[in-house]
Design a protein around this ligand. Structure first.
Ligand SMILES: [Zn+2]
Ligand SMILES: [Zn+2]
Length: 275
């Protein structure tokens, strides 16, 4: 008896349709994860007292306790971003009488992050405590405002930035700029001529990394501007503070009171339930 088997080619359209149907079914059941997931850490590299008259504060005291912070944003797609990178010069640690000091690269090493793993560094401004260790990360692209790159606030930072510039990793901005990680750099020029803040919008919620435009979230929530001595433009600082109404999370450069998360070590605070 002779059986009639279909020619192989005649099966192809049917197979293709079946595969397409299965794909559509799978995509509906398991939608592709196209959104970035951000994890935010505060890296507290030291603590100190600081004259209250130099920072804006809600406290009535001659000196206040502050933290010295950098922030790490881990993005599931765009990698690791440091927002500011601290300093490790022993003379400056002594001069500002920091205690519990640990350099940011050491804190990162404890987290299993090596200097080569850092993809991006954003400098909110070029004061030593935010920018001096910028040359410790050989692969990182470094973003900062053009004005700060051309006229750094500290000679020592200028020297370190020169090394970054020579290796073609320096990127300067003059207007709002969004990076692949979703982090958006916004020039403010309140604290220094080229100070910037970093915004992160996740759906309807907004977080802002303020650098020294805010020394603490509470002071900015209370709309207290920087004192004259710490401001390049009080008007710009004031306008920025006014713009924070409705912002979900304020990550300040010297935040004394870290909330909405947990300390993983004495130096690492992981934020939770923000988004
Ligand atoms: Zn500063
Ligand atoms: Zn600072």
């Amino acid at each position: 008896m002779r059986t009639i088997s279909p020619k192989p080619n005649s099966l192809m359209p049917a197979i293709a349709i079946c595969l397409m149907a299965i794909s559509i079914l799978l995509l509906n059941c398991y939608p592709l994860d196209t959104k970035s997931k951000h994890t935010i850490y505060a890296l507290k590299y030291g603590e100190s007292y600081y004259p209250a008259k130099l920072i804006h504060t809600t406290l009535q005291a001659s000196r206040v306790k502050i933290n010295w912070l950098a922030y790490l944003v881990k993005d599931s797609r765009a990698g690791l971003t440091l927002i500011d990178c601290g300093f490790s010069d022993a003379n400056w640690v002594r001069r500002f009488q920091l205690w519990n000091f640990k350099a940011v690269d050491q804190i990162l090493a404890d987290m299993g992050v090596q200097p080569n793993d850092v993809d991006t560094i954003i400098l909110t401004h070029t004061h030593f405590d935010h920018a001096m260790d910028v040359d410790k990360y050989p692969r990182a692209k470094v973003y900062l405002h053009k004005v700060e790159a051309e006229n750094p606030q500290e000679p020592l930072v200028a020297k370190r930035l020169q090394a970054v510039r020579r290796s073609h990793r320096l990127v300067t901005i003059k207007s709002p700029t969004t990076l692949a990680s979703g982090l958006e750099l916004i020039p403010v020029s309140g604290h220094t001529p080229g100070s910037l803040v970093v915004k992160l919008q996740i759906e309807s919620k907004l977080a802002v990394f303020t650098g020294d435009e805010c020394y603490s979230a509470a002071a900015c929530r209370a709309k207290i501007p920087l004192p004259v001595v710490s401001a390049y433009s009080r008007a710009n600082n004031q306008a920025f503070i006014e713009s924070l109404a409705g912002v979900e999370a304020i990550f300040a450069g010297h935040e004394p009171d870290l909330q909405n998360g947990q300390w993983l070590t004495p130096w690492v605070f992981r934020y939770e339930s923000l988004f």
